[in-house]
Design a protein around this ligand. Structure first.
Ligand code: ADP
Ligand code: MG
Length: 727
């Protein structure tokens, strides 16, 4: 791909320098090149954009007297005492003193004899490390140090020392040296810039060359505090370019997707009218608006790419049903996917209830469906079935649709950005999607149902509201509709946090609620993902509550139970036969029992805000005043305390999402930390959110006027890692 980059613009010369291999640098042989590649560094440009994580100030020597705990500092002193000892584990203690007549203790836990032999009383050392409180005063643990000749003049670094992200087998010094050499080949300003001058002027962006040189070689008088915060104009210049590139890469993905055609689904609205007439409630205004938006998109011959954000309980399912009916009316099929079997089952029941009276055929398909049932479901999909509901196995297991017109993905945050793209691929016309294990799809004769390049429309539902700032960047490939209104008659959930020591009071609350004819959930959570441990914890609590609440019908549901048993447990609870349901987080999403008005969440201090908000959303669905008890174990960390406070203060999913972003950072919020998507090098979505409106404006202009530069920005910042070539 790099070889094919256009070389017709002013920046042609750069392209060549930028894309030259790291191997052109002296001292880089195959072994080092391999190590660099592990860091994603293959070209000179990669080295230019390998930015420091932080800086160390070795431009001066701090007198020991002036050290403060928490500081990172460089000190110089003479060894006054040295002691090799064993206190719990081997350790080496070295005391140094300086002209300020104070002593600093250096403490090492990993050391060898050669090292010890080099350190004798009277040796002069220069150290760099973090100062902390020790038993006998200030100390540094494992400082970096070097021995100095006794009479050497104390030369110091002229600039702040950048600290780079690195990997095993590549020390800081060596990497910094390579970057220094690569910077020596940094071309002149106009050769390096990929943002057109006009835009740089409008957005007051300094020269890229100056910005890069500044962050790699900050002068001694640089404002270390602003650099540490990433707020320095040079860093902001780079952050702007990085965010712009992220935005452009998603926009370009969207353009590619929109370049496909999709079936234009113009229903006559007949099924929709009958569906709405049969619903026991009227749509909220928000539902009407969002449904209209989706139906309008479906009538277009380009694929709809729409995200519906709506807080827990805002009624997204009904909107999805309306969109589905528009597809069905036009003779196309719909696939509805949910992240868990439990949620998929609930959708299946709802859709059956809604669709069967309308004569619409709904089919169930999940990974666990085997044998004859599966064959029958597959046969139905290839023929008459109109709506298929299941987990995402629906799209993975050689399922062939006759006329797939719409894919609905529910509770998208559980899937993550990468999976969303993968699912989108699965949902497209089989002749394109077929890769790897999906060969069965390839053989199906469904291809002719689509014209070349046809893909289904996509509707994504999420109950985790994404802060606007994030949505603009992370979901730039989607249109966003917001269900910003809850159905009428809901009473906000009152939330309290109670220490586990007061568990007995909580049990009393359950007794009272159930005596009043209400139902309750008790959710057992563990930090471990293990379903088995979760199940064990739930079983223990189940037994405990049965003993504490005789006469109450108490049931249990967890991930280790057979699907039939789970279904039975849910059905019993929905019918009201069960008063208290002990559950694991399998009930996190989607479960909808309006008569349940009390929720207990155990170990609430271990869960994230989004998850707690989801769980709490299981109550407050009826007209009765509901409450949520967050049971926590002491001691409570400051962060956990903050999370619980946020939940006590608000029921507003958007505010909670903003807080979540603040407390956890965007990688976690978007569920992309593991996938490395949106692994930003310098920008920070929370910190740099103020740049986003400008980024959006600049992005629109670049897509229109400079598509060649867009490609090159993407190679520069994202490289080949994000390969949307198949999009
Ligand atoms: P979510 O957005 O969390 O997926 P659901 O679609 O599960 O919400 O809807 C939650 C509950 O609200 C369901 O019981 C649903 O039938 C009900 N509901 C949806 N829309 C309305 C409405 N306009 N008026 C009253 N109840 C509604
Ligand atoms: Mg839902």
């Amino acid at each position: 791909m790099r070889a094919q980059l256009p070389v017709d613009s002013a920046a042609a010369g750069t392209t060549e320098a930028a894309l030259r291999s790291v191997a052109v640098l002296s001292g880089v042989g195959p072994a080092l090149a391999a190590v660099l590649e592990r860091l994603g560094l293959t070209t000179l440009q990669d080295l230019w954009f390998h930015l420091p994580l932080r800086y160390e100030d070795r431009t001066r020597i701090t007198p020991i007297r002036d050290l403060r705990p928490g500081d990172s500092a460089q000190v110089e002193g003479v060894i006054e005492a040295i002691e090799k000892g064993f206190r719990y584990r081997p350790q080496l203690r070295v005391a140094i003193g300086d002209a300020s007549r104070q002593t600093l203790l250096l403490r090492f836990f990993h050391f060898n004899n050669a090292q010890v032999n080099q350190l004798a009383v009277g040796t002069r050392l220069r150290c760099y490390g973090e100062v902390r409180h020790g038993v006998q005063g200030l100390e540094m643990v494992h400082p970096q140090y070097q021995r100095l000749a006794a009479d050497a003049a104390s030369g110091v670094e002229e600039r702040l020392t950048p600290v780079y992200p690195t990997t095993e087998g590549l020390g800081q010094k060596r990497l910094a040296g390579l970057i220094e050499r690569a910077l020596g080949q940094l071309p002149a300003d106009e050769m390096l810039e990929l943002i057109p001058g006009k835009l740089r002027k409008v957005h007051k962006l300094s020269s890229l060359r100056a910005a890069l040189l500044y962050v790699h070689r900050p002068p001694p008088d640089a404002d270390l505090a602003s650099l540490a915060l990433g707020a320095h104009p040079a860093q902001q210049r780079l952050a702007f370019e990085e965010l712009l590139t992220q935005h452009l890469s998603l926009k370009r993905l969207r353009q590619r997707l929109r370049a496909h055609t999709a079936p234009a689904l113009h229903g006559d609205g007949g099924l929709r009218t009958r569906f709405l007439a049969a619903l026991p409630f009227a749509l909220t205004r928000a539902q009407q608006r969002v449904a209209t938006e989706a139906v309008r998109d479906l009538a277009q011959p380009q694929p709809m790419l729409r995200l519906i954000q709506g807080d827990v309980g805002s009624g997204k399912t009904v909107v999805a049903a309306i969109a589905a009916l528009a597809a069905v009316e036009s003779g196309y099929q719909v696939a509805l996917m949910a992240p868990t079997e439990l949620l998929a089952e609930q959708h299946f029941r709802n859709f059956q209830r809604w669709m069967t009276p309308l004569g619409v055929d709904v089919v169930w398909l999940a990974g666990k469906l085997k044998g004859k049932a599966r064959t029958a479901a597959l046969a139905a999909l290839a023929k008459s079935a109109q709506i298929a509901i299941g987990t995402h196995a629906l799209m993975q297991e050689g399922v062939a649709f006759r006329h797939l017109g719409l894919v609905v993905i529910d509770e998208q945050h559980r899937f993550g950005v990468h999976q969303r793209l993968a699912l989108r691929d699965k949902g497209r016309a089989p002749h394109q999607a077929a890769r790897g294990r999906d060969t069965e799809v390839e053989r199906q004769p469904t291809t002719d149902a689509f014209g070349l390049g046809r893909v289904p429309h996509q509707l994504v539902l999420t109950a985790t509201p994404i802060p606007r700032t994030l949505a603009m960047t992370a979901y730039a490939d989607l249109d966003v509709s917001v269900l910003d209104e809850l159905p009428p008659g809901r009473t906000p959930v009152t939330t309290v946090a109670i220490a586990n020591a007061r568990r007995a009071e909580v049990v009393e609350r359950i007794r009272a609620a159930c005596a009043g004819g209400r139902q309750a959930y008790w959710v057992c959570t563990l930090i471990e993902e293990s379903e088995q441990l979760q199940a064990q914890a739930a079983e223990a609590v189940h037994a405990e509550l049965i003993a504490a609440l005789p006469g109450l019908r108490i049931d249990i549901i967890h991930g280790r139970m057979k699907p039939v048993a789970k279904q039975a447990a849910m059905a019993q609870f929905e019918s009201g036969a069960t008063a208290l349901l002990v559950a694991t987080t399998v009930i996190e999403v989607g479960v909808d029992v309006p008569n349940a008005s009390l929720m207990i969440v155990e170990n609430a201090e271990r869960l994230g805000l989004a998850q707690l908000h989801q769980l709490r959303g299981r109550v407050g669905r009826g007209s009765a005043a509901s409450s949520c008890v967050l049971l926590y174990q002491m001691p409570l960390s400051a962060l956990a305390r903050q999370r619980l406070d946020v939940l006590r203060e608000t029921n507003d999913g958007f505010r909670i999402a903003e807080k979540d972003l603040e407390l956890r950072g965007p990688g976690e919020v978007l569920g992309t930390r593991q996938t490395g998507q949106l692994a930003l090098r310098i920008a920070d979505l929370a910190r740099d959110a103020h740049l986003l409106p400008a980024v959006q404006r600049a992005g629109a202009l670049m897509l229109r006027d400079h598509p060649d530069l867009v490609e090159r920005l993407i190679v520069r910042w994202i490289g080949q890692a994000t390969n949307y070539a198949g999009a």
